[in-house]
Write a protein that binds this ligand. Structure first.
Ligand code: LMR
Length: 398
């Protein structure tokens, strides 16, 4: 049965963890996967999460099946974070939200549902995009192509090229957009540019699918929701996948959600019924714990304030690491201007390092990065920053 099974390549991101874990060098540094480590290099368990878990442990809740679409209170809390507590869409019953297995799970439910709606539509992802976007939409049966996005010369977005491309797409095309903290480049659209994208989607009849895995890592929770808010005001129908993996440091609990904006309450009921079928035939219903914890934090003004402070701490520490890396590279005599690192937003820097340089980083220094040159700044700390800067300096000066 399995004699002809070919060995699949390692996952370009999570596969790095496997290689990193097998590396025995004490000085190794994992800048591959998008995970936030604290100033001591530890994966934090947030104080707000600890409090909510303490309360859950004391209450000893039973473990029955959840509704297919997950925890209702959690889903409502997700909606408020994404669309705003006073959202007219929410009041009008125009948003359907289902708890999902992280942001990836949300994308997959959305992709499967979309495939049933319009099997012939193509999916367009940014060039470049998160490695898993293409694989995930292809696995759902779509043809996936790129739209122009990153401009290596300016280290920003080639918005003119992006607009021209989007304006030429047929109606019904699915456009996957990074709502904030673009992964992997850290180059985001300005608010004005988002406004233009919204207009283009309306004019061309495109289907926007916003991926929001880093809310709170650029400027703040509501600031980072600009794209969602602009699409909300447009009257369009669209998808949002969201995740608490990073913002709650709950990676392994797989806490995310898929939200779909519909035309009206009646449509919402029909859309939800179909989304539930997708979920039921995949994993029946989602797990309890992570969503219950996030829901409890968001429902308590005290815990929510605690979480927002902790999230701000993560955001500011990453910014400090950006500054630190740029400063250290300069100090080490690197002539190339790395100041773009401080303009990028979110966890990542698209360093411009070539795949061969990334190989040297790993082979000679035990520093792991994605082969595209993406590094995760959130894994830097005072203890490893000098070592990483030395390594990068030796490579770019070579
Ligand atoms: C990343 O891009 O590193 C994260 O989103 C983790 C993942 O699932 O790839």
């Amino acid at each position: 049965l399995f004699a002809g099974v070919a060995l699949a390549p390692r996952d370009p991101i999570l596969g790095l963890n496997e290689a990193f874990n097998a590396d025995t060098r004490a000085t190794k540094v994992n800048l591959g996967v998008g995970v936030y480590f604290d100033a001591n290099g530890k994966l934090p368990l947030l104080a707000a999460v600890k409090e909510a878990e303490k309360a859950r442990l004391a209450a000893q809740p039973p473990r029955g099946y959840q509704p297919i679409e997950g925890n209702g209170a959690y889903n409502q809390a997700v909606q408020k974070l994404l669309f705003g507590a006073d959202s007219e869409l929410l009041a009008a019953g125009r948003v359907v939200t289902a708890q999902a297995l992280g942001g990836t799970g949300a994308l997959k439910i959305g992709a499967d549902f979309l495939k049933g709606l319009n099997a012939d539509a193509k999916v367009y992802i940014s060039d470049p995009s998160w490695e898993n976007h293409r694989a995930l939409f292809e696995a759902a049966g779509f043809v996936v192509e790129n739209y122009p996005y990153y401009d290596a010369a300016t280290r920003g977005v080639d918005f003119a090229a992006m607009k021209v491309f989007l304006a030429g797409l047929p109606a019904g095309s699915v456009i996957v957009l990074h709502a904030c903290c673009h992964n992997p480049t850290g180059a985001d659209l300005s608010d004005e540019e988002w406004g233009e994208v919204v207009e283009l989607c309306r004019e061309r009849g495109l289907v926007p699918f916003l991926d929001m895995a880093y809310q709170g890592f650029a400027e703040g929770i509501s600031e980072d929701a600009v794209a969602v808010r602009l699409f909300s005001a447009s009257g369009l129908q669209f998808f949002v996948s969201s995740s608490f993996s990073k913002s709650f440091s709950m990676y392994g609990e797989r806490v995310g959600a898929l939200s779909i904006v519909t035309a009206d309450r009646d449509e919402s009921a029909r859309v939800l019924s179909q989304v539930k079928r997708v979920i039921r035939t995949n994993y029946s219903n989602p797990p309890i714990h992570g969503a219950a914890v996030v829901g409890a934090v968001l429902a308590s003004s005290e815990l929510c304030a605690m979480w927002e402070e902790e999230l701000a701490g993560m955001r500011l520490r990453i910014r400090a690491m950006r500054e630190g890396l740029v400063g250290a590279l300069k100090e080490k005599g690197v002539a190339q201007d790395f100041s773009f690192v401080t303009r990028q937003r979110g966890m990542f820097s698209y360093t411009g390092l070539a795949a061969a340089q990334v190989d040297v980083l790993r082979g000679e220094f035990g520093i792991y990065a994605v082969s595209t040159g993406r590094i995760c700044l959130a894994a830097l700390n005072e203890g490893n920053l000098g070592y990483v800067a030395d390594a990068i300096a030796s490579i770019v000066k070579a």
